[in-house]
Write a protein that binds this ligand. Structure first.
Ligand code: UD1
Length: 427
């Protein structure tokens, strides 16, 4: 396979307008969720990213008919489904394929699934997903030797489930299965992320009854069957945040269109605290955010939390930004262990970062990062290295960009349009 990397000639001020794509994390849940319809659904505003392409292939392996053209539109018809066994390499190599657990259990009452890989951050267990499926009446067996989970149920029955940890994946997965369970399911201590709400809205468009998404308690009244629908995915909160941070890191002035400003409040607040101006606007067609930065960032403290707190997926780009702040910043990662893989790479660029413990980094600002050869270890670490490369003096080569391709649509094209010098190289 050809190796690809980004070459970035840093130090260019980002200026202009960028339009945000559909949300990756909503898309990777809504595509498997569409199976529940038992007939055709048409999804719009899907981002053109590797994870969406991989899910298309996974659904096709299950016999589902998928038409996907560019333009972000996918037609999914699960009436042709032939198997509930999802055991291929593609399944295990992608974490979000775990949503097939809830979708296939809900529709077919049985599923056999290769356990997820995905980003290498922390242990990322699925015990809360399993707890939820069992509470709905499923027998769930984990085959740890073969890395497979099997679940089946004669029938699914609504239940009251209190999650031990706030988990996006478990909230969505159990919601999918509960839509077709008999009676009412009450999920407490759920995740409130924007894409949890987006999935709930999609399920309701398919005829489900999901109430309370976006609050701590979700109530689902099961339906014997759902139906097809059309649905457009929300804009990507994390892509928006990445561009906001990149704008500030390059002392830029960028208008970011097709955003939902309320999803960005934690990020906007932190950027403003660091000295950036963040202006919300509405051009009559889209909401936008304009980020303007004219000075060296002031140091700030960042703590990642479930929504509406500061998103863990933007912790890494934020750290890259703070490397050139005017003093000492502290970053506390509370969602995942081992989410500091980017630190070693930022240090190669001259960053002064010390790890107080596995979840706390102290970033002592230096004048400027300098270009280096650096390696992405996962998707958002990759985004962090891109921000670092854009802000740095000299040339940065970011390797392992297959991780970045999983989640960012047309990244180099969008950055080039803002004045960045970034190109994809291959050998
Ligand atoms: C999702 C997002 C990911 C984001 C994360 C946190 C998708 C496809 N991915 O990942 O981008 O970084 O939310 O916002 O939407 N946990 C358990 N047991 C479980 C499940 C989770 O202990 O059964 C723990 C995890 O180890 C972690 C925390 O709960 O410490 C949050 O994880 P979770 O919200 O489930 O993350 P994902 O859904 O995997």
């Amino acid at each position: 396979m050809q190796k690809e990397w980004y070459e970035i000639k840093g130090g260019k001020r980002l200026e202009g307008t960028v339009t945000i794509s559909g949300a990756k994390n909503a898309a990777v849940a809504i595509i498997p969720a569409a199976i529940l319809a038992g007939e055709a659904c048409v999804l719009e505003n899907l981002p053109f990213i590797q994870d969406v392409q991989s899910l298309k292939e996974i659904l096709e392996e299950l016999g589902v008919t998928v038409d996907y053209t560019d333009g972000g539109c996918m037609r999914i018809n699960s009436s042709t489904l032939t198997t509930t066994k999802a055991l291929s390499e593609a399944v295990s190599s992608m974490r979000a394929s775990y949503y097939l657990l809830g979708a296939l259990l809900g529709l077919c009452h049985e599923v056999e699934l290769a356990l997820p890989g995905g980003c290498v951050i922390g242990a990322r267990p699925i015990d809360q997903h399993v707890k939820g499926m069992r509470a709905l009446g499923a027998e769930v067996e984990l085959d740890c030797d073969r890395n497979i989970v099997r679940a089946r149920a004669d029938k699914l029955v609504g239940a009251e489930i209190f999650f031990d940890v706030v988990s996006v994946g478990a909230t969505i997965n159990v919601m999918l299965a509960a839509c077709m369970a008999e009676g009412m399911t009450v999920l407490s201590n759920v995740a409130k992320e924007p894409h949890v709400v987006d999935v709930a809205n999609f399920l309701n468009m398919m005829g489900a009854s999901v109430r309370g998404a976006g609050t701590d308690v979700i109530r689902i009244t099961g339906k014997p069957r759902l139906h097809g629908c059309g649905y457009a995915i929300i804009p990507d909160q994390i892509e928006t945040g990445t561009f906001m941070i990149a704008a500030a890191a390059t002392a830029g002035d960028v208008i970011i269109k097709n955003v939902i400003p309320t999803h960005m409040e934690a990020v906007s607040a932190k950027l403003m605290e660091s000295g950036a101006r963040v202006i919300e606007g509405d051009d009559g067609r889209d909401f936008y955010l304009r980020v303007i930065m004219n000075e060296r960032p002031r140091p700030i403290n960042v703590k990642t939390l479930p929504y509406p707190g500061f998103p863990t997926d933007l912790q890494q780009p934020m750290m890259a930004y703070l490397c050139a702040a005017n003093g000492l910043s502290t970053i506390n990662e509370t969602i995942f262990e081992n989410r500091f893989n980017h630190v070693r790479e930022l240090r190669r660029m001259g960053a002064s970062i010390s790890l107080k413990d596995a979840s706390t980094a102290r970033v002592k600002g230096i004048n400027a990062l300098r270009g280096a050869e650096i390696y992405a270890s996962d998707l958002r670490a990759g985004a962090s290295l891109i921000v670092a490369g854009l802000a740095a003096s000299g040339t940065t080569c970011v390797h392992n960009i297959q991780f970045i391709d999983r989640g960012y649509e047309y990244l180099e094209k969008k950055l080039t349009a803002l004045g960045a010098e970034i190109s994809r190289k291959m050998k």
